[in-house]
Design a protein around this ligand. Structure first.
Ligand SMILES: Cc1ncc(COP(=O)(O)O)c(C=O)c1O
Length: 404
C-alpha cells in the first residue's frame, strides 16, 4: 500500500500530558475554575523593551530571510552572553540558532543519532528527549535517579550505563520536570566520567538563569576536559518569557555547527528574522526584568513547596531552579475516588484526574516524565492560584481520607 505511514512513528508516544490538558480545557469551558499547574511557560509578558525592539526591527526591514544559522548580531550576542553569564568560552561560529530549543534538540538528534545508537537519558526526563531519540531510530536508555540523590545522575551509575553503543548523554540542569540542578562538583564528576568515553554530552541549560537561594549555574562547557564533545542548548523562551517567539540555540564545536546549519537549511531555514532581533534585544539589553521574574519565581517556589507539604500524603523537595515543583504523591495511593477505575486511586494518572475533578488543579502526572507516583506542579502561575488551588487540593485529599 502506498498510503501507509512511516514505521518510525510506531515507537513514538503522543504527549501523555494532553489528556489532562484536554479535560482541564473542557472543565474550564463548563465554567469550572481551573488552577493551571500544568503550564510549561512563564505567565509574564515578554518585557516591554524587547517588544519595542521587535517593532522597530520590523520597520527597519527584519522581514526577510536571514542566514540559516542566525543573524551575525544574534550569534555574536549569544556568544558574549554565554561567556558573560556562565563563563562559556564560545565563538559565533559555534552557535546555531533554531526555532526554539526543542527544534535545536531535534536538529541535533537528526545530526547525531542513528539505528544502533544508544542515548542515555536520566529519569525523570523532559518528555521530548526520548521521543526525539526514537524518531531517529536510536534507543533511548533511561537511567533512573532517586529523590535521595536530588534526582541527579550519579557518576558511578553513568559510568555503568556508558558503553560502546552510547552516542550521547542528555542532561537538563536545572531540570524540567524536577527543578533539580547540578552543583559544580557533581557536574565536574560527570564530566570526568564522560571524558573517558567517546560520546556527546548534551546539556540543556534553558532554565539556567532561573535558580534560587544563590545557586550558581555552571556550564559543563567550562568544566569538561573534553570540550569537543560537549554541546550546550539554550534559548530565550524561559529566561525572557519569550516562548512564542521561538528562538533557541546550540553551542557546539564549529564542525558540528556546520552540519546543524546544513540540516536546518533543508527544513525551516532561519528562525523568524523579527524574533531574532527581539532575542538580540533580550540578551544584550537590561537584565533587570529577568531578575524581577526570577525573584517572583523564587517566592512562588517557596510558597508552593510549603503548601504541597501541608497536604497529608504529599512530599515535595525544594527544587534549586526552573519553575516546577516535583512532588511525591504516592502517599495518596489507595484513597477512595469516584474517578478511579477501581474506586481507589491506583496510580499518578488517577491522582491527576482526582486533583483535576475534585479540586480543579491541573498538574502533570510523573509517569509522563518516567517517574510514576510523582506529579509536576508548575508555579508559572499567580500566588493567588497557588494558594487557592492547593487549598482546594488539600480539602479534597482530607475529604477522601475521611471516607477511607
Ligand atoms: C527542558 C526543556 N528544554 C527545551 C524546551 C523547549 O524550549 P523552546 O521553547 O525553546 O523550544 C523546554 C520547554 O518546555 C524544556 O522544558
Amino acid at each position: 500500500m502506498s498510503t501507509r505511514l512511516a514505521k518510525r512513528l510506531d515507537v513514538v508516544q503522543p504527549s501523555a500530558t494532553l489528556a489532562v490538558s484536554a479535560r482541564a480545557a473542557a472543565l474550564k469551558a463548563q465554567g469550572r475554575t481551573i488552577y493551571p499547574f500544568g503550564v510549561g511557560e512563564p505567565d509574564f509578558d515578554t518585557p516591554v523593551h524587547i517588544r519595542d525592539a521587535a517593532k522597530a526591527a520590523l520597520d527597519k526591514g527584519a522581514t526577510r530571510y536571514t542566514a540559516v544559522s542566525g543573524t551575525p548580531e544574534l550569534k555574536k550576542a549569544v556568544a558574549e552572553h554565554s561567556a558573560r553569564t556562565r563563563g562559556v568560552p564560545c565563538e559565533p561560529s559555534q552557535v546555531v540558532v533554531g526555532v526554539g530549543a526543542k527544534h535545536v534538540l531535534f536538529n541535533l538528534a537528526l545530526a547525531l543519532y542513528e539505528p544502533g545508537d544508544e542515548v542515555i537519558i536520566p529519569a525523570p526526563y523532559w518528555v521530548s528527549y526520548p521521543e526525539q531519540v526514537r524518531l531517529c531510530g536510536a534507543e533511548a536508555v533511561i537511567l533512573e535517579t532517586s529523590e535521595a540523590d536530588g534526582f541527579r545522575v550519579r557518576p558511578d551509575a553513568l559510568e555503568k550505563a556508558l558503553n560502546a553503543k552510547t552516542k550521547a548523554v542528555i542532561l537538563c540542569t536545572p531540570s524540567n520536570p524536577t527543578g533539580s540542578a547540578y552543583p559544580e562538583s557533581e557536574l565536574r564528576a560527570i564530566c570526568e566520567v564522560m571524558a573517558k568515553h567517546d560520546a556527546w554530552l548534551i546539556v540543556d541549560e534553558i532554565y539556567s538563569s532561573l535558580v534560587y537561594d544563590g545557586f550558581r549555574s555552571v556550564s559543563a562547557l567550562t568544566l569538561s576536559s573534553a570540550k569537543e564533545r560537549v554541546i550546550v542548548v539554550d534559548g530565550v523562551s524561559k529566561t525572557y518569557a519569550m516562548t512564542g517567539w521561538r528562538i533557541g540555540w546550540s553551542i557546539t564545536p564549529p564542525h558540528v555547527a556546520k552540519v546543524l546549519d546544513m540540516v536546518q537549511s533543508q527544513s525551516t531555514t532561519n528562525a523568524a528574522a523579527v524574533a531574532q532581533a527581539a532575542a538580540v534585544a533580550a540578551i544584550t539589553g537590561t537584565q533587570e526584568p529577568v531578575e524581577q521574574m526570577r525573584a517572583r519565581f523564587e517566592a512562588r517556589r517557596d510558597l508552593i513547596v510549603k503548601r504541597l507539604n501541608e497536604i497529608p500524603g504529599v512530599k515535595c523537595r525544594t527544587p534549586e531552579g526552573a519553575f516546577y515543583a516535583f512532588a511525591d504523591l504516592r502517599g495518596l495511593l489507595g484513597l477512595p475516588s469516584q474517578h478511579a477505575q477501581s474506586g481507589k486511586l491506583a496510580d499518578d494518572l488517577e491522582i491527576a484526574k482526582f486533583l483535576l475533578e475534585e479540586a480543579g488543579c491541573a498538574a502533570v502526572p510523573g509517569s509522563a516524565f518516567g517517574a510514576p507516583g510523582y506529579m509536576r506542579f508548575s508555579y508559572a502561575t499567580s500566588e493567588e492560584n497557588i494558594e487557592k488551588g492547593l487549598a482546594a487540593a488539600k480539602a479534597a485529599v482530607e475529604a477522601a481520607r475521611a471516607k477511607a
